[in-house]
Design a protein around this ligand. Structure first.
Ligand SMILES: Cc1cc2nc3c(=O)[nH]c(=O)nc-3n(C[C@H](O)[C@H](O)[C@H](O)COP(=O)(O)OP(=O)(O)OC[C@H]3O[C@@H](n4cnc5c(N)ncnc54)[C@H](O)[C@@H]3O)c2cc1C
Length: 404
């Protein structure tokens, strides 16, 4: 990996005599602006909020996971059914190129223990500052508080601004309007209605990387809300993930739940029921767990017995008591089976607005291989507004920074 170079002013390339309008100043829009300016376009960016990259800044609050260091073949599998469409672009500008690009902005990156890549500063603000400086050097203009409301009869883009409505045209238009969650950060998803009215097929938003609601008893909420359930496996359908999650007041959330959330959400959408199977002792066989639980308990409470024989903490024990019938608790063989196959019935996903990202959006069949709308030549869609999804792990931002 090259060491960071100072963020030297970017020389303006020779103008190509053409104009580009980028709507949406999130990572996808800013990257499009940088590339177009590099190709000599006179670029104007329009952003509805008073500042750029609000969701990017929020993403940086818990450590900006900008990409992933695993081998590219594994990396590409994370994009599921959208892999075929994204792969050529991720191969042109993937994890290595993202790290080089960060270095070019003066930001060193490192690989965390899970293989995730972060800027050394962890936050997004230094990256965003350096990026906006670069765009300024490249001659890009940004208009904030310019909220796009669609196209008028003359096919001009219309913006609501504090000074009233304005219109704009350009040789090419990039729509990079984000998904449908965390509306307060700017991506309100209202663009979908505009595109649908223009005859562009969009699939409804679905929460991705989201938590789920369960019918917890008040007792469990009092005892465990906010507590992690560590080192477990979660299975839904034919997907199993290992990791940890958190018991919340309303249900479950956290990294392992997000990792399995697409499968669990789709099962719930298709059947009206969503079932998660936990293995609370994934490193022990059923036989081993049964043998340990069959040891004489003496005067120990069942909770103490579970702790001493299997090392289960108070949260895991409370979870077992929450969902296991009394007769099972009293039978070591049945209890061992329950501990290795603890069933959680979800009520529904948490609301769309809380999701880290959203599936749904502009249907792939509306876009050509350069992300241009087939029925609206000269207009392109980029980033989370397209109907693809990926787990957390830096794959979302990587999918927004791709080269088209
Ligand atoms: C809490 C949280 C943590 C996250 N952490 C990570 C992480 O660590 N790693 C990772 O890879 N991803 C992470 N993500 C996801 C990542 O931030 C998004 O996938 C990414 O920001 C999407 O980029 P985008 O440019 O497509 O859309 P956005 O970042 O949503 O940008 C869209 C822009 O368009 C503007 N806009 C929308 N509508 C209009 C309109 N009508 N007119 C004008 N402007 C408009 C919005 O104001 C916004 O600025 C996280 C998300 C959240 C919420």
């Amino acid at each position: 990996m090259p060491s960071p170079t100072p963020n030297a002013p970017h020389a303006r390339p020779a103008p190509n005599g053409k104009t580009a309008m980028v709507i949406g100043a999130g990572p996808a829009g800013l990257m499009a602006a940088e590339r177009l300016a590099g190709d000599g376009y006179a670029v104007t960016i329009y952003e509805g909020m008073p500042s750029a990259g609000r969701k990017l800044l929020m993403a940086g609050k818990s450590g900006l996971n900008i990409t992933h260091s695993e081998d590219l073949e594994t990396f590409l599998t994370r994009y599921g059914t959208s892999r075929a469409r994204l792969e050529p672009h991720l191969r042109k500008f993937g994890p290595d190129q993202i790290r080089e690009w960060c270095a070019g902005l003066g930001l060193e990156t490192f690989v965390g223990s899970s293989g995730r890549v972060f800027p050394t500063a962890m936050k997004a603000s230094p990256l965003l500052r350096a990026w906006l400086r670069r765009l300024d050097d490249l001659g890009c203009t940004i208009h904030y508080r310019h909220y796009w409301t669609g196209w008028n009869d003359a096919d001009q883009a219309v913006f609501k601004t504090p000074d009233g409505e304005i219109t704009a045209t350009a040789d090419i238009t990039i729509l990079a309007l984000g998904g449908g969650s965390w509306k307060r950060l700017g991506s309100d998803g209202k663009w979908m209605e505009i595109l649908l009215n223009a005859g562009i097929k969009c699939n409804p938003f679905k929460p991705a990387n989201c938590g789920f609601e369960l019918n917890w008893t008040d007792h469990l909420i009092d005892k465990c809300a906010g507590s992690p359930v560590k080192a477990v496996t979660l299975t839904c359908g034919d997907q199993t993930v290992r990791g940890e999650f958190v018991i919340s007041k309303t249900g479950i959330e956290g990294s392992a739940v997000y990792a399995i959330s697409a499968t669990l959400r789709d099962q719930w959408l298709e059947t009206g029921v969503g079932t998660l199977t936990l293995d609370l002792c994934p490193d022990r066989t059923l036989g081993d767990v049964t043998n340990r639980l069959s040891k004489p308990r003496g005067k120990n409470s069942l909770g103490n017995h579970l702790r001493k024989t299997l090392g289960l903490d108070a949260t895991k024990t409370a979870l077992i008591f929450e969902v296991t019938p009394r007769e099972t608790l009293n039978d070591p063989t049945a209890l061992a089976t329950a501990i290795k196959n603890l069933k959680l019935q979800i009520k529904k996903p948490r609301p769309l607005d809380e999701a880290i990202s959203t599936a749904g959006g502009v249907a792939w069949e509306e876009l050509d291989d350069t992300f241009q709308l087939i029925n609206r030549p000269g207009t392109y869609c980029l980033g989370e507004m397209i109907d693809w999804e990926a787990p957390t792990g830096g794959y979302l931002l990587s999918g927004c920074l791709i080269k088209y």
